[in-house]
Design a protein around this ligand. Structure first.
Ligand code: FES
Length: 150
């Protein structure tokens, strides 16, 4: 691939990041990334956006929601592009969250194992329905399982 220009079109950003342009527009609508507009109203992204997109994708692979990613990036000074120290801090936090979700999933697996061959699906006694929202508090609600993309 050729040298990185100072600014990228949305198509170039899509190719270099491997993220669909529709997703990039969505990230931008959420304020996760930013661009300037040319006189012809076309987006131009500073090259640092590539790193921002990489961090967003990494966080998504780890199962974070876009609102969680938004919150984490907004907490950086001046909403800067995460530098190496920022990444270390973010990845340590996300590692702890991932560990907590793994533990919740392991407990859920134990509960499910108890259900195999049962089939009562009792709202009163089945462990799956009587978890005191433990899994939900860890973000394990079916929509937050680890996502492997690409
Ligand atoms: S299905 Fe019977 S205990 Fe869960």
């Amino acid at each position: 691939m050729s040298a990185l220009p100072d600014e990228l079109t949305i198509g170039e950003l899509g190719i270099r990041s491997g993220v669909a342009t529709s997703a990039l527009r969505f990230y931008e609508a959420l304020g996760l990334i930013g661009s300037r507009r040319t006189s012809g109203n076309q987006r131009r992204y500073p090259r640092a956006v590539l790193r921002q997109v990489a961090v967003i994708r990494a966080a998504q692979v780890l199962g974070l929601s876009l609102s969680e990613i938004q919150e984490a990036l907004a907490a950086l000074p001046n909403s800067r592009t995460p530098n190496k120290q920022d990444w270390t801090r973010l990845s340590q936090t996300w590692r702890a969250q991932l560990d907590a979700r793994i533990q919740a999933l392991e407990r859920l697996r134990v509960d499910l194992t108890g259900c195999i061959g049962c089939g009562c699906l009792s709202l009163d006694s089945c462990a799956l329905f009587n978890r005191n929202d433990e899994a939900a508090s860890q973000g394990v609600d079916g929509s937050r399982l680890i996502v492997h993309s690409k």
